[in-house]
Write a protein that binds this ligand. Structure first.
Ligand SMILES: *Cc1c(COP(=O)(O)O)cnc(C)c1O
Length: 309
């Protein structure tokens, strides 16, 4: 089966290069059909499930993972159920439904939606496509690094946003696979969604009591075990940014590159706009512009009002 995701552009950014004082390259995952890198991993996991005989897909994510599963299911002509928590916005519910998926609303936060999704799997025999803890999804995400290795020069630092850590694992696996395994990886989270940074500091799994950041897409209370394991084994530098800096980066990036992204992605961009010390000494920096489908003009205005309060 050939992959469903698109090959995305690798763009040199004059504006960010000037800002950082280093060459900055952007891997534009915002250009995927579902507006985020999730199109890679979720589709890869869906195809793996089909190869095992699955006839239905189930997702527990009201965010970009759920949208990508719905999209993959439409292309693979499989019925899809996406269980979303109540806090999922009407916009994301509508985007998921527009892909033809059944949207079930259950529970306040992801954990409850996830438990309900497991019940749907039990009742229907469908395949659960996990939003971040699945080797098939990691392999799908890793494809972005393989493309970069064909498209441009070798970076000496890679900037990536971290939620549950699936993207981080994919990027680290991809770097190792192309022979760039010793590349510094700057793993960015917003304060209040900093489950990786807390776990790396503790050198042990940590479950946050709750998520207080505006970047709901980064809001996994605990990262997957593989992400922590790799973060401790490789050169991974966790960086925390404020919601305010993440949202400011969304606005600056819209002006600089005419691309609108979620605060989750703004967090990664903020590390560059803020010249994070973790990037010191790097001459060529790759930013994974992870994207996000909940970013609209109205949403950005709302995020700006919320952080300026
Ligand atoms: C899912 C997502 C993330 C975080 O990815 P994880 O694999 O959960 O770490 C970051 N940005 C966007 C836009 C996402 O959709």
């Amino acid at each position: 089966m050939s992959p469903l995701h698109h090959r995305t552009p690798l763009l040199h950014s004059l504006a960010l290069s000037e800002r950082l004082g280093a060459e900055v390259w952007l891997k534009l995952e915002s250009a995927q059909p579902t507006a985020s890198f999730k199109a890679r991993g979720m589709a890869a996991a869906a195809q793996a499930a089909v190869a095992r005989g699955a006839s239905r897909l189930v997702s527990s994510s009201g965010g970009n993972a759920g949208l990508a599963v719905a999209w993959a299911g439409r292309l693979l002509e499989l019925p899809v159920t996406v269980v979303v928590p109540e806090r999922t916005s009407p916009l994301m519910r509508a985007r998921i439904a527009a892909e033809g998926a059944e949207v079930v609303v259950h529970g306040e936060a992801w954990d409850e939606a996830h438990r309900r999704a497991l019940e749907v799997v039990e009742a229907t025999g469908g395949a659960l496509i996990h939003p971040f803890d699945d080797p098939a999804a990691w392999a799908g995400h890793a494809s972005l690094v393989h493309e970069v290795a064909e498209q441009g020069p070798r970076p000496d630092a890679v900037v990536v946003a971290v939620g549950g850590g699936g993207l981080l694992v994919g990027v680290l696996d991809g770097l190792a696979a192309v022979g760039w395994g010793d590349t510094r990886v700057v793993a960015v989270e917003t304060r209040g969604a900093d489950s990786l940074a807390c776990a790396v500091e503790a050198r042990a799994p940590v479950t946050l009591p709750g998520i207080t950041s505006i970047a709901l897409t980064l809001g996994a209370r605990r990262v997957c075990d593989r992400a922590l394991e790799l973060a401790l084994a490789r050169e991974v530098i966790p960086v925390r940014v404020s919601d305010r800096d993440a949202v400011a980066a969304c606005g600056a990036f819209l002006d600089d590159h005419r691309v609108l992204v979620e605060p989750a992605c703004g967090a990664a961009l903020a590390a560059v706009y803020q010249r994070a010390p973790a990037l010191a000494g790097a001459r060529r920096v790759l930013v994974v512009v992870c994207g996000g489908a909940s970013a609209t003009r109205e949403a950005l205005a709302g995020w700006e009002r919320a952080v300026l309060r």
